[in-house]
Structures are given as C-alpha cells and as structure tokens.
Design a protein around this ligand. Structure first.
Ligand SMILES: [Zn+2]
Length: 402
C-alpha cells in the first residue's frame, strides 16, 4: 500500500491513463468484453433491451408451447427436458414455469464452488416443488485446485463453475437421451453481446466456447498442473458434436420466449419458498441473487479490477433500463457499493474463503494486483496502485468526462 498521491486529471489524460467511457443510457463501461457502443454512445445491452418492445410476446408464448410439445415424452417413459438449476431466483422461476406448462423436467445442479447455507436451503426448496433432481458434485479436491489455477492464470476463481453449469446438463442430456435443455436467460442478451449471438435461442458448442466464460483457458490446459490428470476432468468436458447430433440435443433460453427480469423472478420465486439474504449483499445492490457461492465476491471483484465495473453496476444498469432507477441515482449507488475489496461474502471472511483453495491473504493481494488494469485506477508517481486503508482502489472516472 502506498500513500494517496492522486495525480491531477490532466496528468492522467496526458499519461497512459484511459478515462472509461460509459453508456449514456445505463452505466455499463466500454471496457466490458463483448459490449458494443453505437454512434449515440448507447451500449448493445440497452439496445437489445429496447428491441424487446418489438417482440410479440404472445406469439413467442405460442412458439414456446409448440417447442415443448415437440419434445414432450408421449408415453411418460422419459423426462421431457433437463433444466440446469442453482436454486437461485431464476432457476426456481424456470422450474415453476415448466411445471405450469405441464412439463416433466429433470433438474440438474452442477454444485457450486463453495456452497453457502442459504444456497443449500434454496436447493432443498427447489427439490420440494415436486421434481426429480440430480445434484452433481465434482471431485472437491480437484475443484479447489482448479479454482486456484483459474484465479491465478485467468483471474476467474469461478471458471470451473461457469464451465460445469454448461457441460453437466448437456452431458446428462446425452447420456440419458433427453433432447431438450431449458436454460433461463441468454446472458449475452441482457448483458450485451454481439447481435447475432443475442438473437440465437439455442445453445451450441460454439456458443459455449465463445461466451461460456472460458476466458482463453481450455479444459485441456489444466492437465499436468497441480496433479490434475485427464480422468479428473470428465465433468468439465462438453460432449462431442457427434454425440449431440446422435441424441438430437438442443437447448432453448426461456428469456427468448418470455420477458426476463431478475427482480420479477425474485418476487415470484419468493412466493414459492425461495429465500433472500437478510441484507444487501457485499458489492451488490440487492439481496436476491448470487446467494449460493461464497467465492462470488472474489469473482465479482476481479471483474471490477480488470474492467472497472462490478456487480452493482450490472444490477443498477438493469434497473435503469427498466426505468426503475434514475441514471444519476444509480451512479450514486454504484459509487457506494461497486468494486469493494471482498473482505467478506455472505458474511464469510475472505481469509476463510481463501484457505479453502489453499491461498494466503498476501498471495491473494499479489494476484489482485497482477490482474488490475492500472490504466483504469489511480496509481502513484511510481506507477504503483494506490489502495486506501481498506484496500480500496480509486477509479479514474465514474462517468463520462463530457
Ligand atoms: Zn447501456
């Protein structure tokens, strides 16, 4: 840590600092991967959201029922679909919607990295809705090693989770001969991504590889590191295109067929027993999402230090798009909550979370510094990151400069 020695903005602009450009409608910065800004300075996530006005949702609903009818087991001898679930607000809502539509789903949980108590209760709540359920737990010794490797190599502790939430339902679909996988939101649509991907309503191997959060670290890259052998990585591998074609596995995003909204889903899921946290979650603006994994705080913090925005910005931007929050108010909230050093998550101290992946606090800080984009944060005259006594960084700018 160094003493605060903030250069004047003019110096920053003359140096190698780069003021962040933000969407003029929401608060998403242009540093976000796969986001595009149009000539009016509005991001692709906002434009995608606007396009919802042109959608005939009644027609989409009919389309959904037709798709489900096509895949429904005619004689009850098999499941109608697989739903990848975490027990969160969205997957709880997905399951209820599928039951309402008369589907007989097999729910599959790819167990998260460090399951919280509230996460456990929400999984049990989901089971109590009356569905068959597979909870797939990967080898925990290997998993913790992968968490650490991914954190150190690509700055994403949640890499194995992001891989297995896609691979495991697809693997089980192939193995059990279930053709339809029902996903919730196409994350590229809400969060902003290439237009061609945002209108795609099926999940393909190519989609996983492009947008599934692999960050350039391939599953095969893990072999030989930290004692990891090919046999340890079975659940992390996506089935081959041949296997997918043989069974005829396809995936749909419910967000394509019904307007997706996290807050609505939270309210809906709560009336079916979904539990929220008793206060605003660290680094967030709400209490109803990302409740299941103690490592989420570290994951979100790395997004902040790499790209200059965190979970609070995502949530604020979603509410701004829906006119539930004024942009100026959202900006004030983001300044308070976004990108805080992850001292705790769901009240668990960071030292305990790190101990589970065999990492010390000092090692962690060194990894943080290595992944921090120094062009986005204040540094001292020696080019070292400036952290205050609470380890907080200072962003160069929170909004557009003109
Ligand atoms: Zn925007």
């Amino acid at each position: 840590m160094t003493a605060l020695d903030t250069p004047a903005l003019g110096d920053l602009l003359r140096g190698n600092k780069r003021p962040i450009v933000y969407c003029r409608r929401c608060l998403i910065p242009e540093t976000k991967p796969d986001i595009f800004f149009d000539d009016n300075g509005v991001c692709s996530a906002c434009r995608n959201f606007e396009n919802r006005d042109d959608v005939d949702w009644d027609a989409r609903r009919v389309e959904l029922e037709e798709v489900l009818d096509r895949y429904r087991s005619s004689d009850g001898s098999s499941y109608d679909c697989i739903i990848g679930v975490s027990g969160g607000k969205d997957s709880t809502t997905q399951v209820i919607r599928m039951l309402e539509l008369g589907m007989n789903p097999l729910c599959v949980t790819a167990t998260t990295d460090e399951l919280s108590d509230i996460g456990r209760r929400n999984i049990e709540n989901l089971k109590s809705l009356g569905v068959d359920f597979i909870e797939y737990t990967t080898n925990q010794i290997v998993r913790r090693r992968v968490n650490k490797l991914a954190l150190c190599q690509v700055g994403d502790i949640s890499w194995p989770e992001h891989v297995t939430i896609f691979t495991l339902p697809v693997r089980l679909a192939v193995q059990m001969g279930i053709k339809l996988i029902v996903w919730g939101e196409n994350s590229q649509n809400e969060y902003g991504g290439p237009a061609a991907a945002a209108t795609d309503n099926t999940l393909t191997r190519r989609w996983l590889e492009e947008f599934g959060g692999l960050l350039g670290l391939r599953v095969s890259d893990l072999v030989g590191q930290a004692g990891i052998e090919p046999k340890h990585l079975v659940p992390y591998r996506y089935p081959s295109d041949e296997d997918l074609a043989r069974v005829g596995v396809t995936g749909i995003f419910l967000g394509y067929y019904m307007p997706w909204d996290g807050l609505q889903n939270a309210i809906f899921a709560q009336s079916y027993g979904f539990e929220t946290w008793h206060k605003t979650i660290e680094g967030s603006l709400c209490n109803y999402e990302n409740l299941d994994n103690h490592q989420s705080g570290i994951h979100d913090y790395f997004k902040y230090i790499k790209y200059g925005f965190g979970r609070a910005t995502d949530i604020a931007s979603m509410h701004v798009r829906r006119d539930r929050l004024r942009r100026s108010d959202a900006l004030d909230l983001v300044k308070i909550h976004d990108g805080k050093f992850p001292w705790t998550y769901l009240d668990k101290p960071v030292e305990e979370i790190l101990a589970n992946i065999d990492m010390t606090f000092d090692e962690f800080v060194a990894v943080c510094d290595r992944f921090t984009n120094k062009r986005l944060f204040v540094t001292d005259r020696h080019g070292e990151l400036v952290r205050d006594e609470r380890m907080e960084l200072t962003k160069i700018n929170h909004d557009n400069l003109s």
